[in-house]
Design a protein around this ligand. Structure first.
Ligand SMILES: [Fe+2]
Length: 305
């Protein structure tokens, strides 16, 4: 229990926590073996994501939705993944449900097992981008006993206007973070990489004060005060794409263009992605230019300090 209290304190103070040996080695290896059976039976499906009205394939990323209706029909069965759905995940949520800020809903969270083959990556994003998402806490657990530096597939967390934290996807390690305040991405993986993610819904996310950036909110006496506020508030999501404009675009193009080149997106689609991104950034800039410019400078200063 004291371990849970310490974990919750870290989530409150830093909004993320890395926990090694989150699973016992025995359970992690069991999940790995069940995953290998599922890979053999072609149970993993191509990951798709929507952007600007298009549904795009993400090269090199495959997944199984453990809360999906097809799961009970897996030809080889889910093996040890049944233990995650029926026991491990709901008891994990129960243990952390004491925290009032996360206000987790009881029951089994949404769970996906994910397989990255060579080249798969994810762009900068928040797991809870706004309503109607109810995600409060994200927990990613890695199953990669042979991972070594240079293999890629690291998770990168980027707390608002702070330094990036690069987390290698080590076997049985978990990374937990607030779904609505921690910008993150996944670097391209050069080898097969396996993980599962639990997205835990909460009762206190996306309240009006978390999504409406009104004039009343913007009454700061200094930019330092503004920075301190947005670092803690889910309202940072309103500004993030403009503050990190170049990083968002670079990572977006990287994840739809497979390194091997055989899945390259068309020039037309690439233009439309860039255009959509620029439209989004311009909409923010029109309303908040001085604040965004100041935060961009602070971001650059933080990177070189
Ligand atoms: Fe994510």
């Amino acid at each position: 229990m004291s371990g849970d209290n310490e974990l919750l304190a870290r989530l409150r103070n830093e909004q993320f926590a890395v926990v090694d040996d989150f699973l016992s080695l025995e359970f992690a290896n069991k999940l790995l073996r069940s995953s290998q059976e599922l890979i053999k039976s072609n149970a993993f499906k191509q990951h798709r994501f929507s952007f600007g009205g298009s549904l795009l394939e993400k090269p090199g990323v495959f997944e199984i939705d453990l809360s999906g209706p097809t799961c009970s029909k897996m030809p080889s069965g889910l093996g040890a993944w049944n233990d995650v759905v029926n026991d491990f995940a709901p008891s994990f949520v129960k243990r952390l449900a004491v925290d009032n800020a996360l206000a987790l809903k009881s029951g089994t969270p949404a769970i996906k097992v994910q397989l990255n083959t060579g080249g798969g990556s994810f762009p900068w994003h928040y797991d809870n981008p706004g309503p109607p998402s109810e995600r409060s806490l994200t927990c990613i657990v890695y199953l990669n006993p042979n991972w070594t530096p240079g293999d890629g597939g690291e998770l990168v967390l980027w707390p608002f206007l702070s330094k990036q934290i690069v987390v290698p996807p080590l076997h049985a390690r978990a990374v937990l973070f607030r779904s609505d305040t921690v910008l993150h991405r996944v670097l391209p993986s050069k080898v097969r990489r396996l993980c599962f993610t639990m997205w835990c819904p909460g009762n206190a996310v996306n309240r009006q004060s978390d999504v409406l950036l009104s004039k009343d909110v913007l009454q700061f006496r200094s930019y330092d005060e503004a920075q301190a506020f947005f670092c803690q508030s889910p309202l940072q999501r309103v500004l993030s794409r403009a503050v990190y404009s170049e990083d968002y675009l670079e990572s977006l193009l990287e994840c739809v263009e497979n390194e091997s080149g055989h899945e390259k997106i068309s020039l037309q689609l690439k233009r439309s992605l860039v255009q959509q991104h620029e439209n989004n950034v311009n909409q923010i800039m029109v309303k908040l230019r001085p604040l965004i410019q100041e935060f961009r400078e602070r971001k650059t200063r933080r990177e070189i300090s």
